[in-house]
Design a protein around this ligand. Structure first.
Ligand code: HEM
Length: 490
C-alpha cells in the first residue's frame, strides 16, 4: 500500500516514449549505446529511464547522481543484475558478478588484503621486471607488440594470483583464460542470450529446433569450472613439492588451514582477480598505443620529461613517479580518452527508492554513464584530442574531471585492483616511452598505412582489437640499457 502511494506521488524519471511490450527495445542500440544515452541526457535530463522487454534501466548522466546513489546510498545500490546463463555457468561465483551478500563480502575482503594501496608496493619489482622483459621482446620482435603486451599483463596478474613464474613463456592457461573470458563477457550482456529476455525459453526441451540453450550453458559451465580449478590444482601440487612462490592463492591456502568455506571460495576469488585484472589492463595499454601512434607530439613531450628526470642510463622505476607530472597527466588521459567501461559495471537496485522527486522501482538496473563524464569540456580542450594538458593547472584555467573519480567505479563495488592496475600501467607506459618510438604502420615504401583501430563495439568493456603499429628503439643506447636490465633478471 505504501509503495503504491509512493508511486502515485512520484513519477518515474523521464525517458524516450515506450512501445507496448517491447518498451524501448528498438531505441537502445547494441553498438556504443553510451552515445545514445548521452543524447538522451540532453533531451530528458541527468536521469533517464527506459524499459527493454520488461527490464527497467536507469541511466545516470551526472557525477552528482553517481555519488549520491552509488556511494552515499550504496546499501541499496551495490547488487548486480542477474543473468540466467551466467548463473547456470557459475559466473555469479565471480566477485565481479556476485550478488551483494555475505559471499561477495568475504571474497572482497580476501582480495583487498592483497591489493590495497599499501600491499601493492610488494609487486613493484615484479612489475619492473616484467616491463624490462617486455621491452627486450619488443627490441627483438617488434612486429609482435600486441602479443608481448598481452603476455606482459597476463604475467603480472598470473604471478600475483597464482605465483606462476614470468619465465613461463606461453603458459598453457593463458589461452584457456582468454577463451573463458569471451564466454563470461557474453553471458553478462543484456540480450546476448535470448533466454535472458524470454526466461521461458529455458524450459523448452532441447530437441526443439534451434533451442541449444541448455547445451551451450552446460558447455560454458564446464569451461568455467576447468579454468577455475586447473590453476589451483597446479598451485597445490607445486606447494606439495615446495616449489610454489608466494601468491594470493598460496598465501591464503597456508593461512586458511582447514576453513572449508574459504577453501571452497578461494579458487573462484583467484579467478575473479585474473578475470577482472587482465583484459582491463591490457586493454588500457592498447588504448595507450593507439593514442601514441595518433599523437606523436604528446609522445615526444612524455619522452622529454622522462629523459630529463630519469636520464637515459637506466629504465624508469616507481621511485621516479612523483617527479613525472606530465607522465601522470598522460596516464589520466589514457583512462579518459577511451574509457574501458563506458557505462561502468551495472548495479541492481535492491529496494524501491526516491531521488530528485522520482520513483525508482526495485530491481532497476542502474548504469553510470562514465563515457559522458569523460567528454567534459571544462578545460576548453576538445574531448576527442589526446591532451594531458587538460589535467595540468599550469596549462588550463579549469582542469578536466579527474578520471580516477570515475574510471574505476564507485562505492562499495569500486575496483579493488585499481592501485595494482595503475602501477602496471605506469610501469609499462614509462618503460615504453623511455626506450621506444611508436608510430602509425608504414608500407614497404615508407608510406603511412590507413590507421583507425576498431574497438569492441558492444558489451561491458570497450578497447581495441589487436592492431598493427610500428615500433622501434629510440637509440642504440636504449637498446643496450634494455638488454642489460633484462639480462640482470635472467
Ligand atoms: C586499468 C585496469 C582496470 C580498470 C579500468 C578497472 C575498472 C573496474 C570497474 C569500472 C569496475 C566496476 C566497479 C563498479 O561496479 O563500480 C571494476 C571492478 C573490479 N575490478 Fe577492476 N579495473 C582494472 C583492473 C583491475 C585489476 C588489475 C584487478 C585485480 C585485482 C581488478 C579487480 C576487480 C574486481 C575483483 C572487481 C569487482 C568488484 C566488485 O564487484 O565488488 N581490476 N574494475
Amino acid at each position: 500500500h505504501h509503495l503504491r502511494q509512493q508511486n502515485r506521488t512520484h513519477s518515474l524519471p523521464p525517458g524516450p516514449p515506450q512501445k507496448p511490450l517491447i518498451g524501448n527495445y528498438l531505441d537502445v542500440p547494441k553498438a556504443e549505446p553510451w552515445k545514445t544515452f548521452s543524447q538522451w541526457g540532453k533531451l530528458y535530463g541527468d536521469l533517464v529511464y527506459v524499459e527493454v522487454l520488461g527490464n527497467k534501466l536507469l541511466i545516470l548522466n551526472d557525477m552528482e547522481s553517481m555519488r549520491e546513489l552509488l556511494e552515499k546510498r550504496s546499501q541499496k545500490y551495490s547488487d548486480r543484475p542477474s543473468f540466467v546463463m551466467a548463473k547456470y555457468m557459475g559466473i555469479e561465483n565471480n566477485l565481479s558478478f556476485a550478488p551483494y551478500g555475505p559471499d561477495w563480502r568475504r571474497g572482497r575482503k580476501l582480495v583487498h588484503g592483497n591489493v590495497n594501496q599499501e600491499a601493492v608496493q610488494k609487486y613493484h619489482s615484479l612489475q619492473e621486471n616484467v616491463a624490462a622483459r617486455f621491452l627486450r621482446d619488443l627490441v627483438e620482435y617488434p612486429s609482435e607488440v600486441m602479443k608481448h603486451l598481452h603476455m606482459a599483463t597476463a604475467q603480472i596478474i598470473a604471478s600475483i594470483t597464482y605465483g606462476f613464474s614470468i619465465d613461463t613463456p606461453s603458459n598453457a592457461y593463458f589461452d584457456e583464460f582468454a577463451e573463458t573470458e569471451r564466454i563470461v563477457l557474453k553471458s553478462v550482456v543484456p540480450g546476448a542470450y535470448l533466454v535472458d529476455m524470454i526466461p521461458l525459453l529455458w524450459y523448452l526441451p532441447s530437441w526443439v529446433p534451434f533451442n541449444s540453450i541448455q547445451r551451450t550453458a552446460e558447455r560454458g559451465r564446464q569451461r568455467v569450472s576447468d579454468i577455475v580449478h586447473h590453476p589451483m590444482e597446479q598451485v597445490e601440487q607445486d606447494m606439495k613439492q615446495g616449489a610454489s612462490s608466494a601468491s594470493f592463492v598460496s598465501d591464503h591456502l597456508r593461512e586458511s588451514g582447514s576453513d572449508k568455506v574459504i577453501r571452497q571460495q578461494l579458487p573462484w576469488v583467484a579467478w575473479s582477480i585474473y578475470e577482472a585484472g587482465n583484459d582491463t589492463t591490457s586493454g588500457t595499454m592498447l588504448v595507450f598505443m593507439h593514442a601514441m601512434a595518433c599523437f606523436p607530439e604528446v609522445q615526444t613531450r612524455m619522452r622529454e620529461e622522462i629523459h630529463r628526470v630519469v636520464g637515459t642510463d637506466r629504465l624508469p622505476s616507481f621511485d621516479d613517479r612523483g617527479r613525472l607530472p606530465y607522465i601522470n597527466a598522460a596516464i589520466k588521459e589514457v583512462y579518459r580518452w577511451k574509457p574501458n567501461t563506458p557505462f561502468g559495471a551495472p548495479r541492481k537496485l535492491q529496494d524501491a527508492d526516491v531521488y530528485r522527486g522520482y520513483h525508482i522501482p526495485k530491481g532497476t538496473t542502474v548504469m553510470p554513464n562514465i563515457w559522458l563524464l569523460s567528454r567534459d569540456q571544462d578545460s576548453g580542450i576538445d574531448p576527442e584530442a589526446f591532451s594531458p594538458e587538460r589535467f595540468l593547472d599550469t596549462h588550463v584555467k579549469k582542469t578536466a574531471i579527474d578520471p580516477y573519480s570515475y574510471a574505476f567505479g564507485f562505492g562499495r563495488r569500486m575496483c579493488p585492483g585499481r592501485f595494482l592496475a595503475d602501477n602496471s600501467v605506469f610501469m609499462l607506459v614509462t618503460s615504453i616511452v623511455a626506450t621506444m618510438r611508436i608510430s602509425k604502420p608504414k608500407d614497404s615504401h615508407g608510406m603511412e598505412k590507413p590507421f583507425d583501430p576498431p574497438y569492441i563495439p558492444e558489451g561491458l568493456a570497450s578497447f581495441p582489437y589487436p592492431f598493427e603499429v610500428d615500433i622501434e628503439p629510440v637509440s642504440d643506447k636504449a637498446v643496450a640499457v634494455v638488454k642489460g636490465r633484462a639480462t640482470s633478471i635472467d
